[in-house]
Design a protein. Structure first.
Length: 360
């Protein structure tokens, strides 16, 4: 919401010079188009509770009442079919996802089990509680026959385990340094030696030791060239490992098939509690054999193996996870109970107060 308010103030200031009559209008009278789904994950507030997250949404902004809301009703992520049985299956799956999105799925009627708040039962088509959960079982279901498909871009655009891919490993080490420290250069070197800087791992920063091989799927961690499709979260496949960089092929989006050379570049985390500024020179890549639910925003995947040793903990996470798949047959959920046993019961957290200012 803070960025939303800043945009309003900035456009008003511009229009105050161009056309003073529009200064008091929202966004200076300029049409602004915003896109989003408030039933997905809300703004992330560090160590924030529900009472902190909900007020940070755009729907609580003073400008929200002036917005004209357009609603999209068609699910374009799901595959289309003309076969009656498949059409019915897709329709039922889409309705189930919508009930998860709105938080209206209830526990089975007549059940003697004491379901807790926000807990839902996953249908047997998507969760087999009779099979013991393990990461190995999830990988085998999500990536069948890896040795036969690892060099195929369609398969590689999904997530897979690097260890199952044959070929030579290439290790790329970063060059790290610390800046903006209050002491002298000698004190800086003594307080933060290279060994310590190399051991620092922060969200949004590639590791010091990056192990890659041809055929590995990676994700870009920075915007390099938006015109050529090199944007943050772009998934690519390694096609060549060179001395000072790698050649990658884009495997998703409008630029699929394009190849690019990704060199090392200096990277700095934007939000850190470190008492100094960490500069890491490394290729802005991370292995993409798994991703968190938050990171899966915007992805469309043929097969999704959702591993939940612990239930989701914030608004919209479960909805985002199950809505990434393009067909019902491509979803399998692996849930552990509090005792560590396989189960088909998990939480679906929905902050319904976020919907108060939205049309029904």
């Amino acid at each position: 919401m803070y960025a939303f308010e800043c945009l309003d103030c900035s456009l008003r200031d511009i229009m105050k010079v161009v056309d003073p009559k529009k200064y008091n209008m929202p966004f200076g009278g300029i049409t602004v188009v915003l896109g989003g789904d408030f039933r997905q994950i809300l703004p992330v507030i560090n160590s924030g509770s529900r009472d902190d997250v909900v007020p940070a949404t755009i729907t609580r902004s003073r400008q929200w009442l002036t917005a004209k809301i357009m609603i999209l009703y068609r699910n374009t992520r799901l595959n289309q079919s003309v076969i009656p049985e498949e059409v019915l299956s897709l329709k039922l799956f889409a309705e189930w996802v919508l009930r998860i999105r709105n938080g209206v799925i209830e526990a089975p009627k007549g059940s003697s089990f004491d379901y807790g708040e926000d807990e839902i039962v996953i249908p047997p088509d998507f969760c087999d509680s009779e099979i013991k959960n393990s990461i190995k079982n999830m990988i085998e279901w999500t990536y069948p026959n890896p040795l036969s498909h690892y060099r195929t871009s369609n398969w590689s655009s999904q997530l897979f385990i690097v260890q199952s891919i044959p070929g030579e490993d290439f290790t790329y080490y970063s060059v790290d340094r610390a800046e903006e420290f209050g002491g002298t250069p000698s004190e800086l070197s003594f307080a933060f030696p290279p060994e310590y800087l190399n051991s620092v791992n922060l969200p949004g920063l590639p590791p010091h030791e990056l192990k890659l091989k041809v055929g590995v799927c990676v994700m870009l961690m920075r915007n390099l060239n938006q015109i050529l499709g090199l944007c943050n979260d772009t998934r690519m496949m390694i096609t060549r490992c060179l001395s000072h960089g790698v050649e990658c092929e884009v495997i998703c989006g409008a630029f699929i098939g394009m190849k690019h050379f990704i060199p090392r570049k200096e990277l700095c985390p934007t939000d850190t509690k470190l008492p100094f500024k960490l500069i890491r020179k490394q290729m802005p890549l991370q292995l993409c054999y798994s991703m968190t639910i938050n990171k899966s925003h915007g992805q469309s995947l043929e097969r999704v193996g959702l591993y939940l040793p612990n239930s989701v903990f914030t608004h919209g996470q479960f909805y985002v996870a199950v809505s990434r798949v393009t067909s019902p047959s491509g979803l399998k959920v692996f849930i552990d109970s509090r005792s560590g046993e396989s189960t088909n019961v998990t939480r679906n957290v929905v902050y319904k107060e976020v919907f108060y200012n939205l049309p029904q």
